[in-house]
Design a protein around this ligand. Sequence first.
Ligand SMILES: N[C@@H](CCC(=O)N[C@@H](CS)C(=O)NCC(=O)O)C(=O)O
Length: 277
Amino acid sequence: MEMLSENKCFDGVQGVYSHRSESCKGDMTFGLFVPPQAKLQEVPVLWYLSGLTCTHENAMTKAGAQRWAAENGIALVFPDTSPRGDDVADDDAYDLGKGAGFYVNATQDPWAPHYKMFDYIAEELPALLFKEFPLLEEAQGITGHSMGGHGALTLAMARPDQYTSVSAFAPIANPTASDWGRKQLSAYLGDDEAAWAAHDATLMMRETGHPSHVLIDQGGADNFLDLLKPEALSEAMAARRQSGTFRMQAGYDHSYFFVSTFMEDHVAFHADALYGV
Ligand SMILES: N[C@@H](CCC(=O)N[C@@H](CS)C(=O)NCC(=O)O)C(=O)O
């Protein structure tokens, strides 16, 4: 692992690091905010998964999460959204290939050799972080925005023992029924739609849900409502009687102005769950 930068931030450290990834077969970059409390004790971790077109940098610089993480004593991880490098397959569209890994393990060529984002986020990067930093492995929460909200919800429902708490900002909520999903799941996983269900938050909510209280925020003036399909997830939550809060936030769009507005609530929500409050 190589340190690319470290900056003091709200008495903690905002770092950017790169490392060789076995899952993605190439170098990956991530941001990590370590709060001041970590000087004395290991701290819980909140994973933040970003959306289409993003790198590790968008949320790290625009979500305003560090202040709340420092107040609540939790670390923040900002992973990249896809494998990177000249030898990694890509597509001309912004919503497939680099910047659009959809947090799945691709099984189809040309994606399969590098696009193993599920394993990278759920297995490889945690193993590295828990070895290198004072973080509590048994206290992990996960959140994300848009494609990253889809990632957060689907990883948390796939691995409820690993992710104690889960929230999402404007998640791609029902990708098997959306143009933000069908194209990508068919490219990465093949045409058999049975394989897609394990990566659709609405379908997973109908099947299993999550043992914790789930927090979702969605902007009411989001340009992408027809692609995100929040109503499908909200209906699935109601049908399952999932403990949770689904907030439609009037007037907010899809941008980081929306994400940063509600970030304080999300960080405090995860801190409460991770500290067992
Ligand atoms: N570029 C796409 C939308 C991409 C987009 O809105 N991406 C969101 C996540 S889905 C984002 O976070 N973009 C980067 C940013 O705002 O910093 C379009 O114009 O249709």
